[in-house]
Design a protein around this ligand. Structure first.
Ligand code: FES
Length: 172
């Protein structure tokens, strides 16, 4: 289990812009604790992960114990903590409808093509391949969500095109 402590010798990771973005949520929520999830998103959107030092700094801002922030972080599956995810994060649905229409084979194909396993990032850092549970578009199975776009009825050929697109036109 990781120890979450404050260490004054550790370099700070929250920039002034991140701190301002987090503070901008304060008037919109009844308590500072309620800002925990938005604060995690602020950091994740900018760093593509939430390192432990960011957890400590968010806790300071929200006047919480670091463990409270860490609890929220680990409750949700979308935050990485060890290293940034790829420029694109591709969520391949593996729930029932998608599975019945070839999601497992699609995921195998993508992993084979990219030399990754689910949860890993391609060597060039362009794409992280993830499992997703139902993306709410079962009639268009199998689906992939990436860069806020839902790709429907994805074939292996289309997946190859998407991988190439994510490689050559990385998300901002
Ligand atoms: S099962 Fe894949 S979108 Fe619902």
């Amino acid at each position: 289990m990781s120890e979450v402590t404050s260490d004054v010798t550790t370099q700070r990771v929250l920039t002034d812009e991140m701190v301002a973005a987090i503070k901008a949520f304060f008037p919109r929520y009844p308590t500072r604790q309620a800002v925990t999830l938005p604060a995690l998103h602020v950091v994740n959107e900018r760093l593509r992960y939430v390192p432990l030092q960011a957890v400590v700094e968010i806790a300071e801002l929200l006047e919480l114990a670091p463990a409270q922030v860490q609890d929220t972080l680990t409750f949700y599956g979308m935050f990485k903590q060890d290293a940034p995810h790829g420029q694109t994060r591709a969520w391949v649905c593996r729930s029932m409808s998608c599975m019945l229409l070839g999601a497992n084979e699609l995921l195998d194909h993508i992993c084979h093509k990219t030399g990754t396993r689910p949860g890993e990032t391609t060597a060039d850092g362009s794409t992280t391949i993830e499992f997703a549970e139902c993306l709410g578009a079962c009639e268009f199975a199998p689906c992939i969500l990436a860069n806020k776009t839902l790709h429907k009825c994805v074939t292996s050929h289309q997946a190859d095109q998407l991988l190439n697109e994510w490689k050559t036109k990385p998300a901002p």
